[in-house]
Design a protein around this ligand. Structure first.
Ligand code: LLP
Length: 421
C-alpha cells in the first residue's frame, strides 16, 4: 500500500523515518506528520477538480501548524479561517488573501477589521446581526465587504451530533427560508458586496447524499436570488469529507465533485466557482500521536495501559468517544489470551482515555502510535493538569523536521502574576 505509516523490518515508520527513532530523539507524547501524506490528500482534491473552477480552502482548524499551512499554500490551497488568530497564521505563511474565506458565528469587530485590511475573498456571514455589524465596520473603513450567507439547509449529515452542523437546531448559519430576505437586505447595504452562498453540513461525512440534498436546496435559493436580480459568483459547500479511522469508506472528492458539477450543469449553473473547505480529509491520516506506555495495571474488571499522552493532547476520544486505531511501534507477537487494554492518560478524569478494549501485547516502555491524529489533534490540545503541549515533527522522505518544539514547564506560567503583598 502507499500508506506513509507502515512497518519496515518490524518497526512502524513515517515514510522512511522510524517512529522509534523519533521517539528517542524527541520524546513522547509526539505528533508526527507525513509531508507525503499531505500531498497525497491534496492531490485527491486536485484530481477531483479535474480542471473545473474549484477553489479548495483548507479548513485550517484541523491542523494549523505553520509547516502544514505552508505546504498547502505551496500546493495552491486557499484557507478557510474562523478567527483573527487563524488569519494571522495564514498571513504568516504568505497566504494569498484573495484565497481566504472567513467562517464562524461570532466574528468580532477587530477580526472583521483585520480581514478587511488583509482583503480576504469572502466573509461567510452567519446571522443578520453579523451582517449589520460587518456593513458598519466596512463602511467605517471606507470599504465593501465581500459576503456570502451561510445558509442552514436543514439536512441530516448522518454523523456524530457534536460535529453535525446542518440541522435546524444547530447554531450555525441562517435558516434557508430566511435567506432570500436577508440577501435582499444585504443588497441595500453600502458596506456589503454579495459574492456567494455557502453551507457546511457537518464533519466526517462518508456519503454524497447529504451534500446533494444541501446542493439542491442551495440551487433553489440561487435561482430565487437571480429572479430578484442578485447574481452570485461562487457556491461554497463547506468541508466535512470523512476519512478512514477504522473501516469507513471515505467519500472521494472526485465522486462528490462529479455529482455536484453534473447537477450544476443540469441547472445551467456550472459557471459558478465552487469552493470546498476540507479540513480532516486533508490532514487526518497524515498524522499520528506517539506515546509511551508508563504502567500496565491489571484487575478483574479491566486492564489499563497508562500512557504519557492524554486527553489534553488528543481530546477526540473524550469529547466524541472517537475511535482511533492504536498501533504498537514495534509489535510483539499476539496470542489468543493477549489481554485487552483501555489505553488511558495520566490526567485526573475518568474520561481521560485514548482507546478502549483493545487487544494489545504490551510491556512497560512500549511505544504506541495513535493513528489518524493529524486532524483535530494538536489544535484541540490544552494545558490541562499543567501539561506542556506535545512537540510536532514533520517527516519528509528520510528527514524529520521539528515544526514545534515541546513546550517547556516555565512557559506554562511565565506570563502569570501574583497579587502584590
Ligand atoms: N468549514 C466549516 C465552516 C467548518 O465548521 C468546518 C469544521 C470545516 C469547514 C472543516 O470540516 P472538516 O472537513 O474537517 O470536516 N473537532 C471535530 C470536528 C469539528 C469540525 C468543525 N468544523 C472532530 O475532531 O471530529
Amino acid at each position: 500500500t502507499s500508506s506513509p505509516f507502515a512497518l519496515h523490518q518490524g518497526v512502524l515508520h513515517a515514510e522512511q523515518v522510524s517512529l522509534a527513532k523519533l521517539a528517542r530523539q524527541h520524546g513522547t507524547p509526539l505528533y508526527v506528520y507525513s509531508r507525503h501524506a499531505l500531498r497525497q490528500a491534496w492531490q485527491s482534491f486536485q484530481d477531483g477538480a479535474a480542471g473545473r473552477d474549484v477553489l479548495v480552502c483548507y479548513g485550517m482548524k484541523a491542523n494549523s501548524n505553520l509547516a502544514v499551512l505552508n505546504e498547502f499554500r505551496q500546493l495552491g490551497a486557499g484557507f478557510d479561517i474562523v478567527s483573527g488568530g487563524e488569519l494571522a497564521r495564514a498571513l504568516a505563511v504568505g497566504a494569498d488573501p484573495a484565497r481566504i474565506v472567513f467562517s464562524g458565528v461570532g466574528k468580532q469587530v477587530w477580526e472583521m477589521q483585520a480581514a478587511l485590511e488583509a482583503g480576504v475573498k469572502c466573509f461567510n456571514v452567519e446571522s443578520e446581526d453579523e451582517l449589520r455589524r460587518l456593513d458598519e465596520v466596512a463602511q467605517g473603513m471606507g470599504r465593501q465587504a465581500p459576503v456570502s450567507l451561510r445558509v442552514n439547509p436543514d439536512v441530516d449529515a448522518h454523523t456524530h451530533p457534536y460535529i453535525s452542523t446542518g440541522l435546524k437546531e444547530n447554531k450555525f448559519g441562517v435558516a434557508i427560508e430566511d435567506a432570500l430576505r436577508i440577501y435582499q437586505h444585504a443588497a441595500t447595504m453600502d458596506g456589503i458586496r454579495i459574492v456567494g452562498v455557502d453551507c457546511h453540513i457537518g464533519s466526517q461525512i462518508t456519503e454524497a447524499a447529504p451534500y446533494m440534498d444541501a446542493l439542491g436546496k442551495l440551487i433553489d435559493l440561487i435561482k430565487a436570488l437571480a429572479d430578484h436580480g442578485i447574481v452570485l459568483h461562487h457556491l461554497d459547500l463547506g468541508g466535512g469529507l470523512g476519512i478512514r479511522y477504522t473501516d469507513e469508506t471515505p467519500l472521494a472528492p472526485r465522486i462528490l465533485l462529479d455529482q455536484v458539477f453534473q447537477t450544476l450543469e443540469k441547472h445551467a449553473l456550472a459557471n459558478l466557482q465552487l469552493i470546498l473547505e476540507p479540513g480532516r480529509s486533508l490532514t487526518g491520516n497524515a498524522g499520528v500521536l506517539l506515546t509511551t506506555v508508563q504502567y500496565l495495571k491489571h484487575s478483574d474488571a479491566r486492564n489499563f495501559a497508562i500512557v504519557d499522552a492524554a486527553m489534553n493532547d488528543l481530546l477526540r476520544p473524550t469529547l466524541y468517544e472517537a475511535w482511533h486505531n492504536v498501533q504498537p511501534v514495534q509489535p510483539r507477537p499476539m496470542q489468543d489470551d493477549t489481554p485487552r487494554y483501555d489505553v488511558v492518560g495520566p490526567v485526573c478524569e475518568s474520561g481521560d482515555w485514548l482507546a478502549r478494549d483493545r487487544q494489545l501485547a504490551l510491556e512497560q516502555g512500549d511505544l504506541l502510535a495513535i493513528m489518524s491524529a493529524g486532524a483535530y489533534g494538536f489544535t484541540m490540545s490544552s494545558h490541562y493538569n499543567s501539561r506542556p503541549r506535545a512537540a510536532e515533527v514533520m517527516v519528509d522522505g528520510d528527514r524529520a523536521h521539528v515544526v514545534r518544539p515541546r513546550e517547556n514547564i516555565q512557559a506554562l506560567f511565565a506570563s502569570e502574576a501574583m497579587l502584590p503583598d
